[in-house]
Design a protein around this ligand. Structure first.
Ligand SMILES: Cc1cc2nc3c(=O)[nH]c(=O)nc-3n(C[C@H](O)[C@H](O)[C@H](O)COP(=O)(O)OP(=O)(O)OC[C@H]3O[C@@H](n4cnc5c(N)ncnc54)[C@H](O)[C@@H]3O)c2cc1C
Length: 520
């Protein structure tokens, strides 16, 4: 066996998985086909729940240093060719990090290496196979072909995943005929930038900041903090485009001409890219010893969310896989990875597919749909709800049991905690990625119940201003596994906690060994 876990692909999902596995005590082998770190920009940043998770892991300051800017709360967000305006809310529901993907990957790779991951570049996986005990990858490396074996293999090899295909996991969905072209540019002096952000273009007149819809497509632009502009065109083109084929300035200018009907003079160009849109989701995120995460598991027909969803897949998977490797995973734990993250991916598909319907069409019905949506989104509640859906912050994993506490399955809020010796927080507690029983109400009965699991979980007592529950059992991925209602009697709370601890963290320390070991 070459490794307990092999990760195929050193993109954001694979590298995050590598780091999280190391935190959980497993040192993975990462195989990446590119000989060097990615240089071409893909994502320019990311947003949503992963930003908070990175803060919980103590990584956000490094991310901000690499970005050169602090995390922003988005004053607006594009949604199906419309603009969601969060500026009148007291707080925006979407945290945003501006960090080009190559820099994110460098940071994640350095962290994973420091924690003990073995990252090999120039190794391309040609196919995978498995039996009851192992999984094997056929690899083309710098020294020729070889075979790598492991107990588990994670396919984090992107949208065209070889792992997914050779494992026989279907990837159903839809390819849309839209082509998006994106450029980071300046404009020459002949184009006037007006005080409200609009452009005054000779021969074209005034172009409003945001999206301009014509019969031939959509043109959009917005100001960047470095003074430049981010411009985008969207056109329907039946031909398949490759995300990897480089785009030229001539191609971008021709697209603008088609959409707007005239030339828009451009100055300096710092970035050009082109991408198509697909809505696809792997039927299964787990096939025996093979798991999928990131773009290998899902593709969304809107930008700006792929990194968030993919890295959160990795965070969800890592501790469960590590529990299996360590031998203490309760039955079915690894299958909850598919259940929870397929559900999260389906929620992301829901909102991105809705964006397709909103941005398509030029007939009166399509216009009415957009107008109605704009009207609804003037109200705070639907605006917040959509913001949470875009950022994946409202995900509540389905939890077992007849009536789980409303917090069970949600991402643990960052409560400020008074632990007797100064102030701490939920974020501080989650830094080592260990499960925590957080007693917020001096519940000795619950702490006593958890004592049999204290080799696997941390038990903490603290007070907090607005206590949301008497106690929270928080998993390493910061989702709440179980919560005790305020003043819940020990007669019901303690057995329920015991059940939750067994379900998520295995048998207690002094329990008799199971009669026959069952597969996870
Ligand atoms: C133009 C563009 C702009 C985007 N903008 C944003 C954005 O602003 N925000 C955002 O969140 N998302 C954005 N996305 C999406 C985002 O880039 C992806 O969701 C993200 O890269 C997925 O990460 P991943 O790790 O799952 O896969 P990838 O980043 O695709 O990484 C997969 C890795 O696996 C390697 N690999 C592939 N096959 C093999 C093999 N057989 N053997 C070994 N290694 C292999 C690849 O070389 C690659 O390094 C954008 C995408 C595009 C195309």
């Amino acid at each position: 066996m070459d490794a307990d876990v092999v990760i195929v692909g050193a993109g954001p999902a694979g590298l995050m998985l590598a780091g999280e596995l190391c935190l959980a005590g497993v040192r993975p082998l990462v195989l990446e086909r590119r000989p060097r770190l990615r240089e071409t920009p893909k994502a320019s940043g990311f947003n949503g729940q992963i930003v908070e998770l990175l803060r919980y892991r103590g990584l956000l300051s490094q991310v901000e240093a690499a970005s050169g800017r602090p995390v922003l709360t988005a004053p607006a967000a594009p949604f199906g060719g419309m603009h969601l305006d969060f500026s009148h809310l007291a707080d925006s529901p979407i945290p945003v990090v501006h960090l080009p993907q190559p820099r994110l990957e460098r940071l994640l790779a350095e962290r994973a290496r420091e924690l003990g991951a073995d990252i090999r570049r120039g190794y391309e996986v040609a196919g995978v196979s498995q039996d009851d005990a192992t999984v094997a990858a056929d690899v083309r490396g710098p020294d020729g072909p070889c075979r790598v074996t492991a107990r588990y293999l994670a396919g984090c090899d992107g949208a065209h995943s070889k792992v997914r295909d050779t494992a026989g996991i279907p990837f159903p969905g839809t390819t849309y005929p839209e082509v998006n072209r994106l450029a980071q540019v300046t404009v020459p002096a002949s184009v006037t930038r007006l005080g409200n952000g609009d452009l005054d273009v000779p021969g074209l007149g005034r172009i409003r900041a945001g999206f301009t819809r014509t019969d031939r497509g959509v043109f959009g632009f917005g100001s960047l903090t470095d003074g430049g502009l981010l411009m985008q065109t969207t056109e329907d083109e039946p031909a398949e485009v490759s995300d990897d084929a480089p785009m030229t300035l001539t191609e971008f200018q021709a697209s603008i001409r088609r959409v707007l009907g005239a030339d828009l003079p451009l100055g300096e160009v710092t970035r050009l890219s082109r991408y198509g849109f697909q809505a696809r989701q792997a039927e299964r995120y787990r096939e025996g010893r093979i798991l999928l995460a990131g773009d290998a598991a899902h593709q969304f027909p809107a930008t700006g969310i792929g990194i968030n969803v993919g890295m959160l897949d990795a965070v969800n998977l890592a501790w469960k896989l590590a529990a299996v490797i360590a031998g203490w995973a309760p039955p079915g734990l690894l299958d909850t990875y598919h259940r929870e993250r397929h559900f999260a991916g389906a929620r992301a598909l829901l909102q991105t597919q809705a964006q397709v319907a909103l941005r398509r069409g030029h007939d009166p019905a399509a216009r009415a749909l957009r107008e109605l949506f704009t009207e609804l989104l003037a109200d705070e509640q639907p605006l917040r709800r959509l913001g949470a859906l875009i950022g994946g912050t409202g995900i509540r994993y389905p939890m077992p049991g007849p009536s789980p506490h409303p917090l069970a399955g949600t991402f643990a809020p960052d409560l400020t905690l008074d632990a007797g010796q100064g102030t701490t927080s939920v974020a501080d507690l989650m830094r080592p990625a260990r499960p925590v029983l957080l007693d917020l109400a001096g519940r000795a009965d619950l702490r006593e119940t958890a004592r049999d699991w204290q080799h696997r979980i941390d038990i903490r007592t603290a007070r907090t201003g607005h206590r949301p529950a008497d106690a929270l059992l928080i998993r390493p991925d910061a989702h709440i596994a179980w919560a005790a209602a305020s003043d819940e009697p020990a007669g019901t709370a303690a057995p329920a906690l015991r059940e939750a601890l067994s379900r998520w963290f295995g048998t207690p320390r002094n329990a008799p060994p199971p009669a026959a070991s069952r597969p996870s």
